[in-house]
Design a protein around this ligand. Structure first.
Ligand code: AMP
Length: 283
């Protein structure tokens, strides 16, 4: 049986570990997650390791970032399996606080953001999502006091939101990103992929494949809007209901109609049955 990575549940215990490492001159990397870990999360642990001797992974399903009709209660919670994966990834510590530890009685603060948090993408469909993300990430960054924190490009708008948050609130932790890990058929790894039925799982790669095709066409000089239309049509034919499939300026998320206004990022969210998938791709 594999020994599990140490787990702490309180901010105080987290800080005690970090202080001891720091006293030893060790640099600390933080990887915030909601658990249900997969290889994509573990690639962030590996990336953190390049900049830090100690890597802390947080596992917290953050109620503040779920809307009232979203999947907070049914979101997969698999801490024992997560700890085994963290052990194999050689993480140094797992911080898994209870909701009451993060949001004790009387909690009254929420971080509200403009800029990348109001780009008419995820925020259009999940209006309270990014304030929930910004609030919990600000807390986790303050709690851990890490040198670097790793976030996935998988949640591209979120990554820009967190970079902005760290800059605006003068948080000293350096925000780093890592590319999206995919299944062999192209589907972006996600904790939510477990919701897909067998038939939906078969159809799911169509979203990324259509985005890849659109990126190729845009790169070849075809008109952006017509490339997006072709992609939307094939994603729809695969059985998805699209929330958005759009091309944006990669740094600002501003709308873009011509290649030379780039770099361009394609971003999409679409529902397959009851499961909502998101993906994005650089052109
Ligand atoms: P989550 O647990 O879904 O909140 O994700 C935690 C972190 O892992 C976020 O920074 C995500 O962007 C990142 N992440 C999720 N899926 C992937 C993936 N397939 N490849 C790389 N990073 C990912």
């Amino acid at each position: 049986m594999t020994a599990n990575v140490p787990v702490v549940h309180t901010i105080e215990a987290l800080r005690a570990r970090v202080v001891a490492w720091r006293a030893n001159g060790e640099r600390i990397g933080l990887v915030p997650t909601m658990g249900a870990l997969h290889a994509g999360h573990l690639s962030l642990v590996e990336a953190a390791r390049r900049d830090a001797q100690r890597v802390v992974v947080t596992v917290f399903v953050n109620p503040a970032q779920f809307g009232p009709s979203e999947d907070f209660t049914k979101y997969p919670r698999t801490l024992p399996a997560d700890l085994e994966k963290l052990e194999s990834a050689a993480a140094d510590l797992c911080f898994a606080p209870a909701v009451e530890e993060m949001y004790p009685h009387g909690f009254a603060t929420r971080v509200e953001m403009d800029g990348p948090a109001r780009a008419d993408l995820e925020d259009r469909f999940r209006p309270t999502h990014f304030s929930g993300v910004a609030t919990v990430v600000a807390k986790l960054l303050n709690q851990a006091g890490a040198d670097v924190a790793l976030f996935g490009e998988k949640d591209y708008q979120q990554l820009l939101v967190i970079r902005r948050l760290a800059r605006d609130l003068d948080i000293a932790t350096r925000i780093l990103s890592a590319p999206t890990l995919r299944e062999t058929d192209g589907l972006a790894m996600s904790s939510r992929n477990v919701y897909l039925s067998a038939a939906e799982r078969q159809a799911a790669p169509a979203l990324f494949l259509a985005m890849q095709e659109a990126a190729r066409r845009i790169d070849a000089g075809e008109a952006i809007e017509s490339c997006l239309e072709i992609a939307r049509k094939s994603v729809g034919e695969a059985g998805f209901v699209i929330d958005y499939l759009d091309a944006r300026q990669a740094e600002t998320l501003a709308r873009i109609t011509r290649r030379r206004e780039g770099p361009i990022r394609l971003l999409a969210a679409a529902r397959l049955g009851a499961t909502r998938l998101i993906d994005n791709l650089a052109v």
